[in-house]
Design a protein around this ligand. Structure first.
Ligand code: ARG
Length: 569
């Protein structure tokens, strides 16, 4: 639609140049004025004439009528003035030589943009706390973060995905104590994170009875900070064990990172920033702790140093942001976390601004809502957590059962079951507006009938199967003969604009919802129009090419939301 809007804008501009030479508008401004009519039977796009009314000193209905009169372009089928709007319909010729031809020409690039070229975006996402379970609460940061990375890449940005591991803090002191007292190498090697979590939980249970364990843990952490060889070895080992396990889940999602620099990486980078805050008189002592007072900005103080001089979560984030700016010279640095951390980000973003860093406004926090499963809230503290790996395994198993029943002879069943099972969860999650709390209904997520990942992948496989049976595509004449074809092409035409909207709002659900629109339009076309059995060769060729364009668009959109392309289901 962007291209269509541009072409129509040029025509409107030509009209304005004649009718009102001092209008002072350009095509970009006109382009931004278009709206979508509430019902597509009214038109494909609508141009409101209210703003022009002020410039031209005429009533909007009169202007709409005058523009309608002047518009003569092969891209427009008709233009109707209605209540100050000009409702515009695309011509069939534009649908084929404009929309379809562009998709064919651009292929894997269809929907992409170039405005990000030469700029870098840093994305901080997933970022689990080491030696703690990777649970369903992390699904949001992981898949929203990765989707935003793919979206920005699609707009030409070079992207740096950072897994800012929570790999530093007193919990490591606790873990070291627990490991020495109750653990064994064998148990950790065999049990992985589950064993580390068990040790951590045991520590808390024992510390309830014996207060002195807490002091012991603090001592071990201090030794770690002072590079005690044995503690460093254990700490590194705990991280490796955790990472190995996270990587399995990331692999299932098709996600990798450009950097795994976690919180510990910034240990030697904090003093410079703390000194700067001190020099600028930003630091205040509050009951022995060092804080930045933010009362002027209606926020509680940002904690920089504890009473004992040790650093805190915001201190590390500030040092990391400066490091990233220096290393990557980012145009934007995006942080994806649960909305529970919104205040933390607002606070330290403000501190960065007060420190005089002129790029403070390039830091973006992208929050998301909470997850419950089948109506149950998750309680991390009581250990009642649902691990991401279990959730995926469960979904994969259910898909295997469905496939066993519906398509037992499918080749590479295991691979497909993983793509569909994991895809179902990711799609269900990303279908939700990110800030809304979500209640995960497993049955719904896995359904092939609703607005789900399996439905989308099934439709993709359907386009593949049509194309597999179709004759060679001919690049000759095309002819649209049904409203279903026209409607589908109009939906496909919207993809580049949807990508823009998704980036603008940091909202992957724009893409998942769009995928469903495409699938619905394709399936309607598939059921109502003969494709391979069409009698007329031109009609058949057109329908095959429309199917190929659908496959291209769906495939490109899948790549933006961690959904794997399944040729067969
Ligand atoms: N490790 C943190 C957590 O699990 C998330 C880190 C987010 N990124 C950041 N730079 N603060 O809650």
């Amino acid at each position: 639609m962007i291209h269509f809007k541009q072409t129509v804008s040029e025509n409107i501009l030509a009209f304005l140049d004649q009718a009102c030479p001092n209008h002072g508008l350009d095509t970009d401004q006109l382009c931004a004025m278009f709206e979508y009519p509430p019902d597509n039977s009214l038109g494909d796009i609508a141009f409101p004439c209210f703003k022009l009314s002020r410039i031209m000193r005429k009533g909007p209905p009169q202007i709409a009528a005058a523009i309608a009169e002047s518009l003569h372009s092969e891209v427009i089928k008709k233009a109707e003035p209605v209540n100050g709007y000009l409702n515009i319909f695309m011509s069939d010729d534009y649908l084929t030589s404009g929309v379809l031809a562009r998709i064919e020409e651009q292929g894997e690039k269809y929907g992409s943009h170039r405005f990000g070229e030469g700029k870098t975006v840093v994305l901080d996402y997933a970022s689990p706390n080491v030696a703690k379970p990777f649970h369903i609460g992390h699904l949001g940061t992981t898949v929203i973060g990765h989707s935003l990375k793919m979206l920005h890449q699609f707009a030409g940005y070079s992207c740096v995905g950072i897994n800012h591991l929570g790999d530093w803090g007193t919990q490591f002191g606790k873990l070291i104590v627990a490991y020495r007292r109750w653990g064994s190498e064998e148990a950790v090697v065999n049990g992985g994170i589950d064993e580390l979590v068990a040790l951590y939980v045991k520590f808390h249970a024992e510390a309830e009875k014996d207060e002195s364990l807490n002091q012991e843990a603090r001592n071990e952490f201090t030794k770690l900070e002072q590079h005690d060889e044995e503690n460093i070895r254990l700490w590194k080992w705990f991280i490796d064990i955790s990472l190995n396990e996270y990587n399995v889940t990331f692999g299932q999602l098709g996600i990798d990172f450009d950097s795994y620099n976690g919180e510990s990486f910034y240990t030697d980078k904090m003093p410079e920033q703390i000194q700067k805050m001190r020099d600028m008189n930003l630091l205040k002592l509050d009951d022995g702790a060092s804080i930045v007072d933010l009362s002027e900005y209606n926020m509680p103080p940002c904690l920089i140093l504890k009473r004992d001089g040790s650093t805190l979560y915001p201190t590390r984030d500030i040092a990391a942001a400066v490091y990233r700016k220096r290393t990557y010279d980012f145009d934007k640095c995006i942080y994806v976390t649960s909305a529970g951390q919104s205040l933390h980000f607002a606070q330290w973003f403000k501190v960065v601004e007060l420190m005089g860093y002129d790029w403070a406004d390039k830091l973006v926090h992208v929050p998301y809502g909470t997850v419950s499963i089948n109506g149950e809230k998750l309680a991390t503290r009581t250990g009642n957590v649902i691990l991401l790996k279990d959730l995926f395994a469960n979904a994969i198993k259910k898909v295997e059962e469905i496939m066993e029943e519906k398509n037992p002879d499918l080749e590479n069943k295991a691979e497909v079951a993983e793509a569909v099972g994991v895809g179902a969860i990711v799609f269900y999650y990303l279908y939700n507006n990110r800030i809304k709390d979500i209640n995960f209904m497993m049955e719904d997520a896995l359904s092939f009938a609703g607005n789900t990942g399996p439905y989308a992948q099934y439709t993709y496989a359907r386009t593949c199967s049509v194309l597999e049976k179709a004759p060679e595509i001919e690049h000759g004449a095309l002819q649209i003969t049904t409203p279903e074809e026209a409607e589908l092409l109009k939906v496909l035409a919207r993809f580049p604009e949807k990508v823009l909207d998704a980036i603008h709002d940091y909202e992957p659900s724009v893409i998942t919802r769009y995928i469903i629109d495409v699938c619905t339009a394709y399936n309607r076309f598939y059921h109502n129009c003969h494709i391979l059995t069409a009698e007329d060769a031109t009609v058949k060729n057109t329908r095959v090419r429309v199917t190929a364009a659908t496959k291209t668009t769906l495939g490109n959109a899948f790549g933006l939301v961690c959904l794997k392309k399944t040729e067969k289901i």
